[in-house]
Design a protein around this ligand. Structure first.
Ligand SMILES: *Cc1c(COP(=O)(O)O)cnc(C)c1O
Length: 395
């Protein structure tokens, strides 16, 4: 029977009153033009919030990754390292530049890029004289990668690190903000992210000269002249002033939004972690995840139910849940590109994909809604284990 309530989404936008005030002001001041005071302020506020020297507001997180790859000097046929367990947007910009992605498996501790698989890839590529120019390292579901080790390895080989912190605005690694741990960091303000401008992104770095170039490219690379003069290829990648005003309103509540997502995660843990075969995504010691999405794995051998059973049951009652990202080395789009697994016997990302599920985690999720998600899951486990016991009686 369909539930008599609104659909529970995975991570819908969560608006407050600030955004309305800000957007009203932006409209009243007639700054509808692409650029304006809110863009500058939003950049300054993000940079200050994460402790970066500068920031460039862009039309998407994907655009930010693209410009970071160009700043890293990536050319056609260059190799670019990339986490495999992520959204396709982490790797698409590598193809925009006609470069060649090399995918790196996850480690069990953080679910993020495995430093030893990365070191193996670097050594291999160096032997072949194909050292990558850049690495796109993802902070999955708001949990930082082991950036201390990863940046050490990359700097040894002179590889530029682009930290894809699209899901990790407000997360920390060893006390430093995610997004500021590599040479360049990117955030996304898509509708489902920690804060949103409906669509938007940000490139951050301590290299303010590089950021100036990104800003120039993002405005169609217009050379300084009264007429329209162009000596370089540019893009239309700037964030509009109107959307920047929404972002500023959202940013005020960043800490609260992260706290709410972490509370949601904790409530899932409190009520579901006793179930057989259930393991929640870990948080590495000394780090703080945003818990953008609550992710967990279900070991069917122990649980007698699978992640697919849970996805089906939740879908039936109009609750949106998702499998963990399908690894990029499994995507038809990236067929034939190199992949470095965790070990010869084990591909961690494949295991996480086959067992993983992400639960509704939006910072606006009510306790009542969350209880429905939890009760639906408990019911699946109860039924699964009843069936199992009956099968046992038969024998
Ligand atoms: C959302 C996301 C992106 C892309 O951001 P957009 O703003 O949607 O372009 C990139 N990487 C990861 C890991 C993401 O989750």
């Amino acid at each position: 029977m369909p539930a008599l309530r609104r659909k529970i989404y995975l991570s819908p936008p969560h608006l407050d009153v600030n955004e309305l005030k800000m957007i009203h002001e932006a409209l009243q001041s007639n700054w509808i033009a692409p650029l304006g005071p809110h863009v500058d302020r939003f950049e300054q506020e993000i940079a200050a919030s994460v402790g970066a020297k500068g920031a460039v507001a862009l039309s998407s997180g994907t655009a930010a990754i693209h410009l970071a790859l160009r700043l890293a000097g990536v050319q056609p046929n260059d190799k670019v390292l990339c986490s495999t367990l992520t959204f396709v947007a982490s790797a698409n910009p590598i193809l925009y530049e006609r470069a060649v992605p090399v995918f790196i498996d996850s480690e069990p501790d953080s679910w993020n890029m495995c430093p030893s698989a990365l070191a193996r890839a670097c050594a291999d590529l160096e032997r072949r004289g194909e050292l990558p120019k850049a690495a796109v390292v993802v902070d999955l579901y708001g949990q930082s990668a082991n950036m201390t080790e990863i940046t050490r390895i990359c700097s040894h080989y002179g590889i530029v690190v682009i930290e894809d912190a699209a899901e990790a605005l407000g997360a920390l690694h060893s006390g430093k903000a995610c997004g500021t741990l590599g040479d360049f960091g990117i955030y996304s303000f898509n509708g489902n992210k920690i804060i949103t401008t409906s669509g938007g992104g940000m490139l951050v770095s301590d290299d303010t000269e590089a950021l100036e170039r990104a800003r120039f490219w993002a405005l169609q690379a217009r050379d300084p002249a009264r007429h329209y003069e162009h000596s370089q290829l540019g893009f239309n990648y700037r964030l509009s002033n109107l959307l920047a005003s929404v972002g500023r309103g959202q940013l005020v509540n960043l800490d609260r939004k992260v706290m709410l997502r972490r509370q949601i995660f904790q409530r899932y843990v409190d009520r579901l972690s006793h179930l057989p075969g259930v393991s929640f995504m870990p948080e590495t010691i000394g780090d703080r995840s945003t818990r953008w999405l609550t992710a967990l794995t279900v070991d069917q051998a122990e649980a007698n139910v699978s992640n697919i059973d849970l996805l089906n049951a939740l879908e039936r009652v109009d609750i949106e849940a998702r499998p963990v990202w399908k690894p990029l080395h499994r995507q038809p789009l990236f067929d034939g590109y190199a992949y470095y697994p965790y070990s010869e016997e084990q591909s961690v990302s494949d295991e996480l994909f086959s067992q993983g599920i992400c639960l509704p985690s939006g910072s606006g999720l009510t306790e009542e809604e969350q209880n429905e998600v939890i009760d639906t899951i408990l019911e699946v486990f109860e039924k699964g284990n009843q069936a199992f016991r009956q099968k046992g009686d038969w024998r």
